[in-house]
Write a protein that binds this ligand. Structure first.
Ligand code: TMP
Ligand code: ASP
Length: 241
């Protein structure tokens, strides 16, 4: 659709200007990366899955009152979003030990955490997105204390909703990452994407991995896994026995 130069190109998406300066066109790419792009591969169809899955989730979140940047999906791989100034904090919510937290605390993957843990990472590729705390965020002036409290509350609210929603699709929401941005009224709204690239999703019965860990660990077909997530979100309950 676009033959202009992107405004910004990231690892998984390209952002394009639109005639109306309040909006951006987001194109989801077929590229998969992991470990700060040390591992990189083009996987045909990946962009379509993440665009469709993220569109469904952001639409639902909007319906339940979580203000976010999503406006509409406009093609298989593209969506229109409200332009925001992204707060450079990756907010991770965890329900079950896995990934970097399981490694850091020496816990077995799959152990339930008694209550959700919220973590903050400094969104800076050159530094490898380091884990930071409230004090670092204040000193680096990434967000005020009040803003951070709002972000934390919103992240936990999204977790509560998504955990139940995925469960109704036969999926365990292990952990996920959110990003927030400020709109032109200076309100903090949910931005970026929520997809199997940014969540750990395990099959409720078999613990089959239905997310990017399939690519990170080379354990199977990424498209096969993402297709299962999309099918279930669309309500085609073929997984029910
Ligand atoms: P982690 O266990 O590797 O820290 O990942 C926690 C969650 O955050 C997991 O669901 C994957 C997601 N994530 C991203 O979306 N982007 C990233 O760059 C990383 C490292 C993790
Ligand atoms: N998103 C990061 C990367 O592209 C890391 C990850 O998701 O594992 O390298």
């Amino acid at each position: 659709m676009m033959n202009q130069e992107p405004l910004y190109e990231g690892k998984a998406k390209r952002l394009f200007k639109m005639e109306n300066e309040d909006f951006l066109l987001v194109e989801y790419k077929d590229q998969a990366t992991a470990f700060n792009a040390a591992k990189k591969e083009s996987i045909k169809g990946k962009g379509k899955y993440n665009n469709e899955i993220s569109s469904i989730i952001f639409t639902m979140l909007k319906d339940i009152g979580v203000d976010n940047h999503f406006i509409m999906q406009v093609s298989e791989t593209e969506q229109i979003v409200t332009k925001t100034s992204i707060i450079p904090i990756e907010v991770v919510v965890r329900n079950v030990y896995a990934g970097s937290l399981a490694a850091r605390l020496g816990k077995e993957e799959g152990t339930v955490i008694p209550k959700p843990i919220v973590e903050f990472y400094y969104k800076d590729d050159a530094l490898g997105d380091p884990l930071i705390n409230e004090d670092h965020i204040e000193i680096l002036q990434l967000a005020t204390k009040k803003e951070l409290e709002e972000i934390r509350e919103k992240a936990l609210f999204v977790n509560n909703f998504l955990k139940d929603y995925f469960a109704s699709c036969g999926i365990r929401l292990i952990d996920f990452k959110l990003e927030f941005g400020k709109n032109n009224e200076n309100n903090i709204i949910l931005a970026d994407e929520i997809s199997p690239d940014t969540c750990r999703l395990w099959d409720m019965d078999t613990n089959e991995r239905l997310d990017k860990d399939v690519f990170r660990k080379d354990t199977g077909s990424l498209i096969g896994a993402y297709d299962k997530v999309l099918t279930r979100l669309k309500g085609e309950k073929t997984w029910l026995k």
